[in-house]
Ligand binder design. Structure first.
Ligand code: AMP
Ligand code: MG
Length: 534
């Protein structure tokens, strides 16, 4: 099956497609991409809209090889055609998902894949399942008033961050490819009434499943209980098969696992300093993956009240430190959505309660390991962590630099020498800074020495370096890659992809990225301020 008129050949694919979502769940009977409300259906079949002049800007070698693609496959014209939406393999069955969501705490009704088109689900020879999805491939029934396209800047950000998160060990959707479309897209980047034409792009996202909390919410909100149950059963059978056949018990075990995975994801985000920016319920993966990279950001200076999203600048709902709590709120909305099938409010409530405790426990263990301790000792560590966070708010401190440098601090050294070692993490000089930090470092070193009881510090340093990344996708780094890409130079995209492939390793050639955010980036649009316009 082919979309363009110039390429009439039928194309058999290098993949084995199984397409369980479209095979097992009910489709919208209408086949146009006209905007509409879609009832009693899990998805609408829709084809990508061809683009003018696609080029492959970058791809993930790791993702390609996971899918069984060789370098030659990726560099072929067919790859460009398929992953820019200009051609389809015969076995693909493209569709847009129907889902709803709470946006910024308010019920928003039907949302759906407005610019994402799922091409199909494949099974690899080792039995892994991956759904291929194009983001920015043209309008769907769920596009509302928007164009179904994506701009280059946000596509670069999504492509790089998906793969960076994967290499950091943070659960995430993946990115196979980044294509330029050759078409222009009109965007009002700052919502200030000055729209501009921008280059368009398409990312091929890849995940075992793209089901979101909002997929359940849409059926619940419309009273489609039968369909809600079908979707729950489908999700359990395909993505949680280890839980067994769907039953009253299985539904609860499933909700428990979703809560657990979500708690674990929040611990990861807090560990690496990632701020999602738009944690609406339609942006919450049922698999506990980071999904929908929009106006996300990385904290440079550790600040719990920071958000990169200018749309959220006033309500500050999705700031760094609020993410775990918001995820809990989102889980409560999921519980409400699945209640008509589960019909056991008490059990759902009890499971919801475990979310907070799992998060808290995970957070404590995570912080203990960031600080180099083998276990969390409530007697000393609660104080140590809260006084550290107070220091972060008193003295502007780069989170990534601080934790990474801490591993190089000799706990037997004088306080002044310890302070010298972490000094490069400080953005400013302030009075009282040296003595406050030296006092904290003395307490920290006493705790380390108690933990190690004379053992060598090699294992501690290795442990700390395995949990405290040296390289993250700082906002200004992505912005520099975007600025250069707008000039037609994609080299920095490839360089960043390369450095972020080994975020925990020493990479002397890339030492320049182990540095504080440069001053010019402090208040630069794209580096510290982003909107949802993408
Ligand atoms: P997001 O804030 O990216 O999660 O998007 C919220 C909703 O708006 C989802 O239903 C998206 O599919 C839709 N959406 C966002 N951008 C576009 C666009 N350019 N064209 C069509 N739909 C869009
Ligand atoms: Mg979304």
């Amino acid at each position: 099956m082919n979309l363009g008129t110039s390429r009439p050949q039928s194309m058999s694919s290098p993949f084995h497609f199984v397409n369980r979502f479209t095979r097992d769940l009910p489709a919208d009977p209408e086949l146009t991409n006209e905007r509409r409300q879609v009832a009693e259906s899990s998805y609408s079949r829709v084809r990508p809209t061809p683009v003018a002049n696609p080029i492959l800007i970058a791809h993930s070698e790791e993702m390609a090889s996971e899918l069984g693609l060789t370098q030659n496959d990726v560099l072929s014209g067919q790859f460009v055609d398929v992953f820019s939406g200009n051609a389809l393999y015969d076995e693909m069955d493209p569709y847009a998902m129907n889902y709803a969501g709470h946006q910024f705490g308010n019920w928003a009704g039907q949302l759906g894949d407005g610019r994402a088109i799922n091409l199909g689900e494949l099974e690899t020879p080792v039995g892994a399942h991956w759904t291929l999805q194009l983001k920015g491939a043209g309008p769907t029934p769920y596009s509302r008033s928007a164009d179904g396209r994506a701009v280059l800047r946000s596509s670069i950000r999504e492509f790089l961050c998906s793969e960076a998160m994967f290499h950091l060990g943070v659960p995430t959707t993946r990115a196979l490819s980044l294509m330029g479309t050759g078409d222009k897209v009109l965007r009002d980047m700052f919502y200030d009434g000055r729209p501009e034409m921008e280059p368009g792009a398409i990312v091929c996202r890849v995940a075992p499943s793209f089901i979101r909390f909002g997929n359940f919410q849409i059926h619940a909100a419309r009273g489609e209980t039968e369909l809600l149950k079908r979707l729950m059963d489908f999700c359990i059978r395909t993505d949680f098969p280890h839980l067994g056949e769907p039953s009253a018990q299985t539904y609860l075990a499933w909700f428990q696992e979703v809560c657990d995975r979500t708690a674990d994801l929040m611990v990861h985000w807090m560990r690496v300093g990632f701020v999602h920016g738009v944690m609406n319920t339609d942006n919450m993966s049922i698999l506990g993956l980071t999904i929908d990279y929009g106006p996300y950001g990385w904290v440079d200076n550790f600040e719990l009240d920071w958000t990169p999203n200018t749309t959220d600048a006033e309500s500050r709902r999705y700031v760094f430190g609020n993410q775990p709590q918001v995820a809990g709120w989102n889980l409560a909305q999921l519980a409400r959505a699945i209640y008509p099938v589960v019909e056991d409010a008490e059990a759902l409530g009890a499971i919801l309660k475990t979310y907070a405790s799992r998060y808290e426990l995970g957070y404590q263990q995570m912080m203990a390991s960031k600080l180099g301790f083998t276990w969390f000792d409530a007697e000393t560590d609660l104080d140590l962590i809260s006084s550290l966070i107070q220091l972060f708010s008193r003295f502007e401190t780069d989170m990534t630099l601080f934790f990474r440098l801490l591993a190089s601090v000799d706990p037997n050294a004088e306080p002044a020498a310890m302070w010298e070692a972490v000094l490069p993490s400080q953005y400013d000089e302030a009075s009282g800074q040296a003595s406050a930090w030296s006092a904290w470092l003395s307490a920290w070193s006493a705790r380390v020495l108690k933990d190690e009881a004379g053992a060598s510090d090699g294992p501690r340093i290795a442990r700390m370096n395995a949990t405290n990344p040296k390289y993250v996708l700082r906002n200004y780094m992505a912005q520099m890659a975007i600025d250069q890409a707008h000039e037609g130079d994609f080299a920095l995209i490839h360089e960043l992809l390369d450095v972020l492939r080994h975020p925990y390793d020493e990479q002397p050639a890339y030492e320049r990225y182990f540095a504080k955010r440069p001053d010019w980036a402090r208040n630069k649009p794209g580096s510290s301020m982003l909107s949802c316009s993408s």
